[in-house]
Design a protein around this ligand. Structure first.
Ligand SMILES: [Zn+2]
Length: 470
């Protein structure tokens, strides 16, 4: 794929003096002060959010960097975080350096409309990092103050329940609430202890259950690894030669943030392991930055491949929140994306042609054929409320019973109609014609749940109803 930002990055690194050097591990106070001062100094492009507080009351901070802080324009949102395991600190320093780079080079934000809103949380578990006291990282530990592994503390994607037997921790809850509010499109969580690009699912081996976007994740990983400044050819070779691994193929874990974020928050999250040493010697941090500084931008590139748009109500024009965008015969395991409060969505995906269904309770769904090339193509959509549509097409009348259906369902109409029955993934499970104005369908083989039926006549008039199978 095209690498539009990488060249720019390289040029800027040679052309600009480094604003701040992070070649040592800061104290908690130095870190907080840096975040506050940076946000103040660059308040035109920075907003410092306090996501919440840790068990011991330390701040969970996230810097939003954007040329559109008020969110007037719709842009992809990317979220970086590090040090969720408090003693895995390479990523935290890389993110502090990334903040510096973004705020001191306005090309990335202030003047560049094709750059995502970037959210950066360098220390996701400050109690673990400063376990030995605010002034030192000696004593840093993996766990939070309650000795809970935060990367096992998220709801399990297989059961929706907490699988580690611990209470949901303050840090976990804070991140979940923040992500549900901001609705990130893509995210990346930085760890250490290995050197590998790890992608969903953590809960399944790929032979058991691949993510619908498995190929996309692999392509992203390939581009990430090939963008490393790896002069010796030895970096990201710990787990395998490609440097890329599906989480469960490496080792299965449950309750990870990667899986929660990807499954429940409809985001695309990967986990990077950046160094064999959990906390490398401070004088090697510069080397890690050299190796990673281009690759960390790969994710921003990938925010601009696929399709995007705004979904609005066809009558009122108001943006529609939580519209589900389903790629027919492709999406599964909650891999659909959803619109945010502005009705905006992006669907990162490899180039190709897709049949895509936009659906929201109370609205007629709409299916479009979409083509994407190496860019972010605009497919904005208007959905019509179901009642309005009935008025517009009052010539069609239909009775569907019984609802909910048990083992059969009857469609009774006033004219010959074509019908399609679609599940919540947008998959057509049955279609045909109601010839005799009455049709009985056997529903024994349908799974319990919600379906939609569309009925259309040869004048192109259509009505949509919701069906429930017991
Ligand atoms: Zn870790």
């Amino acid at each position: 794929m095209k690498r539009c930002f990488l060249l720019l990055v390289s040029i800027l690194f040679f052309a600009t003096a480094k604003a701040q050097s992070w070649d040592s591990y800061p104290s908690y106070e130095t870190y907080v002060e840096y975040m506050q001062q940076t946000a103040q100094k660059h308040k035109d492009i920075c907003r410092l959010d306090t996501i919440g507080t840790s068990v011991e009351g330390r701040l969970l901070l996230c810097m939003k960097i954007s040329n559109d802080l008020n969110g007037k324009n719709n842009k992809p949102k990317f979220f970086y975080s590090a040090a969720m395991h408090g003693n895995e600190l390479t990523g935290a320093i890389m993110l502090l350096r990334l903040i510096d780079t973004l705020v001191t080079n306005s090309n990335f934000t202030a003047t560049n409309s094709a750059f995502p809103d970037v959210y950066i949380c360098p220390y996701a578990n400050p109690d673990g990092t400063w376990h030995g006291g605010n002034s030192t990282i000696s004593g840093a530990m993996r766990y939070n103050a309650n000795y809970v592994d935060l990367n096992r503390n998220y709801p399990d994607i297989r059961t929706g329940k907490n699988s580690d037997g611990e209470n949901r921790q303050a840090e976990t809850q804070a991140f979940m609430t923040y992500q549900e509010k901001e609705k990130f499109n893509m995210s990346c969580n930085l760890h250490t202890g290995s050197e590998v690009f790890n992608y969903p699912w953590d809960s399944y081996r790929s032979s058991k259950n691949k993510h619908a976007d498995d190929e996309w994740f692999k392509q992203l990983g390939k581009d990430f690894v090939s963008s490393l400044n790896d002069d010796k050819g030895t970096y990201f070779k710990d787990v395998n030669n490609s440097g890329i691994v599906e989480g469960g193929d490496w080792y299965v874990i449950y309750g990870s943030r990667q899986d929660w974020s990807t499954y429940f928050a409809h985001c695309r999250e990967v986990t990077l392991e950046l160094s064999m040493d959990y906390t490398p010697k401070a004088n090697t941090l510069d080397d890690y930055w050299y190796k990673l500084k281009n690759s960390l931008f790969t994710f921003f590139d990938y925010c601009y491949y696929g399709f995007e748009g705004v979904v609005t109500d066809s009558i009122t024009g108001k943006p529609l929140n939580n519209v589900m965008i389903t790629i027919d015969n492709y999406d599964k395991d909650s891999s659909q994306v959803i619109t945010n409060q502005n009705g905006y969505y992006i669907r990162p995906i490899l180039s190709g042609s897709y049949s895509v269904t936009f659906s929201l309770d109370g609205y007629n769904f709409k299916t479009l054929n979409i083509n994407t090339a190496n860019n972010l193509t605009d497919y904005s959509v208007k959905l019509s409320p179901i009642n309005t549509s009935l008025n517009e097409t009052e010539e069609i009348t239909a009775e569907i019973y019984p609802l909910p259906a048990e083992n059969q369902i009857t469609i009774s109409t006033n004219q010959q109609l074509n019908y399609r029955i679609i599940d919540l993934n947008g998959k057509i499970i049955k279609k045909g014609t109601v010839n005799t104005f009455k049709k009985v369908l056997n529903t024994d083989n349908w799974q319990s749940g919600t379906y939609f039926i569309t009925l259309s006549n040869d004048k192109g008039q259509t009505i949509t109803r919701k069906l429930i199978k017991k």
